[in-house]
Design a protein around this ligand. Structure first.
Ligand SMILES: C[S@@+](CC[C@H](N)C(=O)[O-])C[C@H]1O[C@@H](n2cnc3c(N)ncnc32)[C@H](O)[C@@H]1O
Length: 267
């Protein structure tokens, strides 16, 4: 009998943004396979008896390759019962969750996917930037700033210059200059507002609002994880809504208490 693998989104960092399903599975897991981007305060809700595997991938370092992770999940599924594959944000948004799902299903392993709040929505909410806004942005694009094996960043740049579309770049730190140059060359105004959000929803959260052309000069100050949001909605950052959020203070990552009656079995 094989066990079951749960591909679980841990959200952007603040454990209060975990889904109830994720919280329940963390507490009941016998094995946890964890990514680097999972907020450390999320792990305090993990079953302390669970076997823990850290397969974090650091940008630019080899670390664990995806094939090795797939193989590890398969091996674990054949010997353990409840394997939680914990990923930052949402497993299906630039999380390679699709690859793990396909691999496991092809090998006859039962898989459940538990969505998480992706960095774009989590970070934007945390700093008070609405990604769409009536009369300002009618659509939003989630884009990777880093393609496979550091291939050239071949994006459809012309489709990214619509001023009513907010752009959210994940993994954009190392290619920020290329991204900015290409967007401006294809017609996005150089003074389009842009926000760099570091460690959104976490205690060390930081946000800078600049113009598009200023992004490359700022990016070195921002270590990963950093999200790049480009578009007119960024002007709303200095709105009364942002001030109200600041007055309310940050969400309190460490004060979260798990449900009083912890579930003991899965539905
Ligand atoms: C490999 S992608 C994983 C995305 C994840 N699956 C999600 O749905 O958010 C990693 C990138 O997500 C962004 N990211 C994730 N968490 C973040 C956070 N708390 N603050 C800022 N950026 C974050 C960064 O751009 C980072 O380089």
């Amino acid at each position: 009998m094989s066990g079951k693998v749960y591909l679980v989104g841990a959200g952007p960092g603040d454990p209060e943004l975990l889904t109830l399903r994720a919280l329940k599975l963390l507490g009941l897991a016998d094995t946890i396979v964890c990514d680097r981007l999972v907020g450390p305060s999320v792990l305090q809700y993990a079953n302390p008896q669970a076997q823990f595997h850290d397969v974090g991938k650091i940008p630019g370092c080899r670390q664990h390759q995806q094939d090795e992770i797939n193989q590890l999940l398969l091996t674990l599924a054949r010997s353990r019962q409840r394997i939680v594959r914990l990923k930052g944000g949402d497993p299906f948004i630039f999380g390679r969750g699709g690859e793990e799902l396909l691999f496991l299903v092809q090998h006859g392993i039962e898989v459940e996917v538990v969505p998480g709040i992706t960095a774009a929505t989590g970070c934007a909410a945390a700093v008070g930037i609405p990604l769409t806004h009536r009369g300002v942005a009618a659509s939003v694009r989630f884009i990777t700033g880093h393609l496979r094996d550091s291939d050239g960043l071949e994006l459809d740049w012309r489709s990214l210059v619509d001023p009513t579309c907010t752009l959210v770049f994940y993994m954009a730190v190392s290619n920020a200059a290329t991204i900015v140059e290409a967007l401006i060359a294809h017609g996005r105004p150089a003074d389009t507002p842009a926000a760099l959000i570091h460690a959104g929803t976490m205690a060390e959260q930081d946000c800078a609002v600049v113009t598009l052309q200023e992004v490359p000069g700022m990016i070195d100050v921002f270590a990963p994880p950093t999200l790049l949001v480009i578009g007119e909605v960024v002007r709303l950052y200095s709105s009364p809504a942002k001030r109200a959020l600041e007055q309310a203070g940050p969400t309190v990552p460490h004060s979260f208490n798990p449900p009083l009656s912890c579930p003991t079995e899965l539905a």
